[in-house]
Design a protein around this ligand. Structure first.
Ligand code: 5RP
Length: 262
């Protein structure tokens, strides 16, 4: 059975397919989390199986680890890898300086550690993720469960002095229970609407007791691969701007869409 992809999934898929070109034989690769990163993991799995690509993958979540093993990628821990050649991950928003909001999928802490431990971080995204100013997407903040209401109040109070357009926040839920991260923490989503100074906000948030990490990725991303539903992809490099524009034939990848259950 072949699944008909939605336009957004086509865009995510072609971004992932193009980003797989950054991966070379023998590399240690950080594997992101989310629906776009899942396409990347499937593409790499196909390269492992069909082309004999030898890579070691460091997943950024238990979900990604499970998928990576399923598709035949050799999964190792960051402790084993120590340092990575490249990390490829999705994002919730990116701006023209390739600063990001991440954590919509709840994996921001491992994602930031893994991306920072990589020679290169490549983001894969559909065009809707590009923004002039970060902040329309609620900024995820991973906090220790102990005293989380106090931490939340402290964050909201601190936001008064920050260059943001909103300062309400909500505890992320999973049904009627708090969402729990892979590290056993909670996530508070900050509704900021527009972040004026993302660098300052990232630093201030991380200085608060109880805050483990925030979803602002500043000066971490090196390139963004932007996919479109018609198969076109653009690679935007932090130093060189747009470096390539290609078109990927989605029909060539029919086998990757077979029997997908999501
Ligand atoms: C997970 C993330 C994801 O990369 C981000 O939420 C984008 O997800 P998707 O590719 O499903 O749109 O940061 O923590």
């Amino acid at each position: 059975m072949t699944l008909e992809l939605s336009p957004i999934d086509k865009a995510k898929f072609v971004a992932a397919r193009r980003a797989a070109d950054f991966v070379e034989d023998g590399m240690r690769v950080g594997l992101g989390t989310g629906s776009t990163a899942a396409w990347l993991v499937r593409c790499l799995g196909e390269m492992v199986r069909d082309q004999g690509l030898r890579i070691k993958g460091v997943p950024t979540s238990t979900r990604t680890a499970e998928l990576a093993r399923q598709v035949g990628i050799n999964v190792i821990t960051l402790e084993e890898a120590r340092w990575l050649d490249v990390t490829i991950d999705g994002a919730d928003e990116f701006d023209d300086e390739l600063n990001l909001i991440k954590g919509g999928g709840g994996a921001l802490l491992h994602e930031k550690i893994v991306a920072t431990a990589s020679d290169q971080m490549v983001v894969i995204a559909d065009a809707a993720k590009e923004v002039e100013h970060l902040g329309a997407f609620p900024l995820p903040c991973e906090v220790i469960p102990f005293g989380w209401r106090t931490t939340q109040a402290l964050i909201e109070e601190t936001l008064v002095a920050m260059d943001v357009m909103g300062r309400s926040s909500v505890l992320r839920m999973n049904g009627d229970k708090p969402y729990i991260t892979d590290e056993g923490n909670y996530i508070i989503d900050l509704k900021l609407n527009r972040i004026g100074d993302a660098r300052q906000l990232a630093m201030v948030l991380n200085q608060m007791p109880g805050v483990v990490e925030n979803g602002l990725f500043i000066d971490i991303c090196d390139a963004v691969v932007i996919g479109h539903p018609d198969g076109t992809v653009e690679v935007r490099d932090i130093n060189e701007g747009t470096v390539t524009q290609d078109r990927i034939d989605i029909a060539d990848s029919d086998n990757l869409f077979s029997d997908l259950d999501e």
